[in-house]
Ligand binder design. Sequence first.
Ligand code: AVI
Length: 312
Amino acid sequence: MTNTFAKDVLAGLTAEKKYLSSKYFYDDNGSRIFQEIMNMPEYYLTDAEFEILSMQSKQIIDALNFSQPFNIIELGAGDGLKTFKLLEYLLNNNIDFKYVPIDISQEAMDILTARLKERLPNINIRPKVGDYFEILKVNKESDYPSLLLFLGSNIGNYKQERAVELLGLFNENMKDGDKLLLGMDLKKNPISIHNAYFDKHGVTKRFNLNLLLRINRELDADFKIDDFDFYCHYNPDTGEVKSYIVSLRNQKVHIKKLDAIIDLGYGELIWTELSKKYDVPEIEDLAMASNFKVNHNFMDCKHLFTDSLWEK
Ligand code: AVI
């Protein structure tokens, strides 16, 4: 078996406690459902981060203390326009910078580049498709300072050890003086978090069950979607939202390409996603564990979310 998706699905579905990684949510259909999630009023994260980047562009750029020109490198930029307001601020103020969005999807980069060039014709944009670290290694040789962006609470989808490992790798690939702006969701009234992930229209349920459809299609399996449900739970003590697919009956699923029959019991869970929420001391600890110092936490007016500025 050559393909890592196949290997990971087999490992996850034959484990004592079944799991599937949320990184596999994002096929074309999953990416579209994620756009729907970001447009839901319950999913406050998107609007909160948009507010930060719109209202505090000046403060963020001032805090960088960069000489010009500089680079803005966005990791996992997708086809969205999260950073539009920040980029617009820079152009309106004649600040000299180059924008380097990075993503694994060529299509996403093409869409983003076309949209930005249309809306900000003067932008100096150099999209890159591929592995973050290969691109960051090259950037380390740049003569100019760089701001790395890892927005949208993406870090929250990594377990603590993996988050430290990833941030440590960012750190190693940054020059002295480079900075990282990290989008992190904050602990808050647990009901708001519950509603953002257990939405009443079932969009997040569709997002999770789409993973079973992907396995059916790509690995020739016979998951019957109606025999599965979605459950998620926020634990305010740990700040962790954990999401699961639930088997609604005793059933066997045949995954032909894996030559595997998976037994699922009534009520059995397949863990799909972690979405971690932080408080300020935890942000300080995470920064320290990955060799960074927190420069400033830029928060929206309701303190739902932070874009946390870190330096080496
Ligand atoms: C991409 N990631 C930060 C989202 C989150 O909030 O964990 C994915 C998501 N899962 C359910 N809703 C949104």
